[in-house]
Write a protein that binds this ligand. Structure first.
Ligand code: NAD
Ligand code: AKB
Length: 317
């Protein structure tokens, strides 16, 4: 078993729930401390209540467990952030500073902080968006992620902080619920298809977005964290790609399992957010530097989601 002491902040969320399971499998349950604002529904190992905005509290937990690596997942996502921009900015930025400073002061050795395709905006080339391109995000979430990327690179260059980051696309998984994003429809649709045979989508039928199945996202996250430091050449954040689809295409993939499944559309304020984001991503740098490669396409993901969620709903009746 590898010897690291890991702290996940925001571990009750969509990514944290699954990342904790993966990291505990690799590093051992007691070497991965989970933390969030509230206790999780089920505790599966060491857990601490942490508010990422409470710097002294965070430092105390880091010292208590001799933490070497922090995965900072606590943030406000795109849709929720638009409703509370000031607090979203404070949470997303001050949370990051608290962890970057802990690394700068030598309390921890390595930091993982996720960015997002939200760093791109309406003036970015939207097809196969390259690593380096125009970035004028027009959502508070995207602005905070772009600023966060700049600070990650700054702390690496000025203070030698070993911070690593990925620009996730929309993430889809069957083990945890999404929390306040624009891409969340691509998770809800599976649950509604199985429970009710129909779904009303809050994005219109033409909205193609970059997405990724959670097992690919977890592999990418752990790969970049385990890569030799010299391979991680980009210290802002790496583009990574999985698949791209629109709501009609994901619905068609579900209809292979539930032929009578229907979808209709009632776009809301999230449409404008989605319209400002790329349709597909060029991830050449991640492939070259730390050998990233996705495994799941749309139908393979749908087959796995349907299998697992059908089992879950059968168990719960
Ligand atoms: P989530 O909303 O599901 O989970 C975030 C967790 O952080 C929640 O459990 C929440 O309780 C916790 N949290 C909120 N405020 C906190 C605070 N002050 N102190 C401690 N914990 C706090 O989010 P997620 O989908 O798991 O995303 C995690 C990270 O990945 C975020 O930075 C997000 O921007 C990024 N990301 C996610 C996606 C995606 O599709 N899920 C895509 C791109 C980037
Ligand atoms: C969101 O929709 O806010 C997230 C993201 C792509 O960052 N899923």
């Amino acid at each position: 078993m590898k010897s690291e002491a890991i702290l996940i902040i925001g571990s009750n969320g969509q990514i944290g729930t699954e990342l904790a399971e993966s990291l505990r499998g690799i590093y051992g349950t007691n070497n991965v401390v989970c933390s969030d604002l509230k206790l999780p529904a089920i505790e599966t190992g060491p857990f601490e209540i942490i508010d990422i905005l409470d710097r002294n509290g965070v430092y105390a937990i880091i010292k208590k467990y001799n933490i070497t690596q922090v995965y900072l997942l606590a943030a406000m996502l795109s849709a929720t952030a638009e409703k509370n921009p000031k607090f979203a900015w404070d949470l997303n930025m001050q949370g990051l500073f608290n962890i970057l400073d802990a690394a700068k002061e030598g309390l921890i050795k390595k930091v993982y902080w996720p960015s997002s395709i939200a760093v791109f905006g309406p003036t970015t080339p939207s097809i196969l968006t390259p690593q380096y391109t125009v970035m004028e995000p027009n959502t508070i979430y995207g602005i905070s992620k772009q600023a966060g990327e700049r600070f990650c690179e700054y702390y690496f260059q000025k203070y030698n902080v070993d911070v690593r980051s990925i620009r996730y696309p929309g993430l889809i998984g069957h083990k945890s619920a999404p929390g306040g994003g624009t891409t969340d429809y691509a998770v809800h649709i599976y649950h509604e298809a199985i429970k009710n045979g129909k779904y009303t989508c809050f994005l219109n039928e033409q909205t193609t977005l970059p997405m990724m199945y959670m097992p690919d996202a977890l592999r990418a996250t752990i790969s970049i964290m385990e890569a030799p430091a010299e391979n991680v050449k980009i210290r802002s954040s790496y583009n990574i790609a999985g698949m791209s689809f629109n709501p009609l295409e994901i619905a068609a993939s579900i209809q292979k399992h539930i032929p009578n499944f229907t979808i209709d559309f009632a776009p809301d304020f999230r449409q404008a957010i989605a319209d400002s984001w790329p349709k597909s991503i060029d991830d050449a740098e991640a492939r070259q530097d730390w050998f990233w490669k996705n495994e799941f396409d749309l139908q393979k993901m749908t087959d796995d989601m349907m299998l697992n969620l059908t089992k879950l709903y059968k168990q719960s009746v």
